[in-house]
Design a protein around this ligand. Structure first.
Ligand SMILES: Cc1cc2nc3c(=O)[nH]c(=O)nc-3n(C[C@H](O)[C@H](O)[C@H](O)COP(=O)(O)OP(=O)(O)OC[C@H]3O[C@@H](n4cnc5c(N)ncnc54)[C@H](O)[C@@H]3O)c2cc1C
Length: 332
C-alpha cells in the first residue's frame, strides 16, 4: 500500500522540528514527531531539581528578522515568552544595556517548545534508529520498535546524528550531499546547575556573559524569574568543555563551581545540590549557508536545524519553517 500523500515524519522536537511540524499540520498534513528526549525542546532545556528550576541549554534568545518577530509576538501574547533584559553583566559585573531585547521562556526555555507541541502528534522517549525507503515514502524505526511512516522525512537532530540516521538503513546520500553535511561542526558545552541555600552573587539581571575560557556564562535562575529556589547555571567555554567532556560529573561540578566562585568573588551562598549536563553539540561552529538542505527529492528527505542558516534559536526556528516551506512548495 502506498504511503499517505501529504504526510511527514519529523525527527527531533526542538524548536526547528516543532515549528516545521506546526506549519505542515496547519496546511493539512499528517505529521508524526519523534524525539529521544523525555520531554520536548532539545537544547531549549529546563530541568527541575530540589525546588529549583534551571535552564541548562539555551539561556535566552534574540530576534533579528520579521518572520521570527511575528512568532515571538504571538508567544508573548499566549504567555509562553517574556522579555528578560536588554543587556547582561560583563565579566567585571557591570550591566551593559544595548537596547536589544533578550527573551526567555515564561517558566524556563522549555515553555516555548511545550507551547508548540500542544496540538501536535509528538512521541517523546522515542529514539529513531533506522530509516528505510518503503512504499514510495519513508519508514522510521525507533529503538522501542515503534515505526512511523510518511511521504516525507525531515531530520532536525544535530547534523552528525541526522547523518548517521539517514544512512542507517538501505538509503545512501549522494557524495555531494554527504560532503556538505560532513562540513558542519559544533562545539561541546559542559553545564553545571547548583541549588543554593540563599541568593547567589550573580549581578543583575541574573546573567553574566563571559564568553571566555574556562567560563562562558553564569546565570541566576531566581533573578531570571524562572526558579522559586536560588540556583545558578554555569557554562564552560568550548575549549575547556572539549578537554574535560569525559571527566566524572563530581569533578566537573566542583571545578566549574570553583571557577564561578573566583569569577564572582564568592558564590554568596552554600551549595546544596549539583547536577551536570554535557552537550556534545551546543553551538554551531561551521554551518551550512542554506536555511535547510533537500537531500533527496522523491521521496523528500530534508535536513534542518540550527546548523542551517544563521544558527541559534532564531536560526533553528527559521530553518524549520524553511523546510516546511519547501515541502509545501512555497518560496518562503
Ligand atoms: C549550552 C547551550 C547554550 C546555548 N545558549 C543559547 C543562547 O543563549 N541563545 C541562543 O539563541 N541559542 C543558544 N544555544 C543554541 C540553541 O539552543 C540551539 O541553536 C537551538 O535550540 C537548536 O534547535 P534545533 O531544533 O535545531 O535542535 P535541538 O534543540 O538540538 O533539537 C533536536 C532534537 O533532536 C532530538 N534527537 C536527536 N537524535 C534523535 C534521534 N535519533 N531520535 C529522536 N530524536 C532525536 C534531540 O533529542 C533534540 O530534542 C545554546 C545551546 C546550548 C547547548
Amino acid at each position: 500500500m502506498a504511503v499517505e500523500a501529504n504526510s511527514c515524519v519529523v525527527v527531533g522536537a526542538g524548536i526547528s522540528g516543532l515549528l516545521a511540524a506546526h506549519e505542515l499540520q496547519n496546511s493539512g498534513w499528517r505529521v508524526t514527531v519523534l524525539d529521544k528526549g523525555r520531554g520536548v525542546g532539545g537544547r531549549m532545556a529546563t530541568r527541575r531539581a530540589g525546588g529549583g528550576t534551571f535552564d541548562h541549554g539555551a539561556q535566552f534568545f534574540t530576534v533579528r528578522g520579521e518572520r521570527f518577530e511575528k512568532l515571538v509576538e504571538e508567544w508573548m501574547e499566549t504567555g509562553a515568552v517574556r522579555e528578560w533584559t536588554r543587556g547582561f553583566a560583563s565579566p567585571d559585573g557591570e550591566q551593559s544595556e544595548d537596547g536589544h531585547p533578550r527573551y526567555r521562556g515564561a517558566s524556563g526555555m522549555t515553555s516555548i517548545p511545550k507551547h508548540l507541541a500542544r496540538d501536535l502528534d509528538v512521541h517523546t522517549s522515542e529514539r529513531a534508529v533506522e530509516v528505510n525507503l518503503r512504499a514510495g515514502g519513508w519508514e522510521v524505526t525507533c529503538e522501542s520498535g515503534r515505526t512511523a511512516s510518511g511521504a516525507a522525512l525531515l531530520l532536525t537532530a544535530p547534523v552528525p546524528q541526522s547523518l548517521t540516521l539517514a544512512e542507517s538503513g538501505g538509503f545512501a546520500l549522494t557524495e555531494e550531499i554527504r560532503t556538505q553535511l560532513e562540513g558542519i561542526s559544533y562545539d561541546p558545552c559542559v553545564a553545571v546547575m547548583a541549588l543554593l541555600d540563599g541568593l547567589a552573587a550573580v549581578p543583575e539581571p541574573g546573567g553574566m556573559q563571559i564568553r571566555g575560557e574556562p567560563l562562558d556564562w553564569i546565570s541566576d535562575n531566581q533573578i531570571k524569574g524562572i526558579s522559586e529556589a536560588p540556583g545558578i547555571t554555569i557554562h564552560a567555554g568550548p575549549k575547556w568543555s572539549r578537554e574535560h567532556y569525559e571527566d566524572p560529573d563530581t569533578s566537573l561540578a566542583s571545578t566549574l563551581l570553583s571557577f564561578a566562585e573566583e569569577q564572582l568573588g564568592g558564590l554568596g551562598a552554600r551549595v546544596l545540590e549539583t547536577s551536570v549536563a554535557c552537550w556534545r553539540y551546543s553551538w554551531v561552529t561551521d554551518s551550512h549557508p542554506e536555511p535547510c538542505l533537500v537531500a533527496n527529492e522523491h521521496p523528500p528527505l530534508l535536513f534542518a536545524g540550527d546548523a542551517f542558516g544563521p544558527g541559534k534559536v532564531e536560526g533553528a526556528a527559521l530553518s524549520g519553517l524553511a523546510a516546511a516551506d519547501r515541502l509545501l512548495g512555497r518560496d518562503g
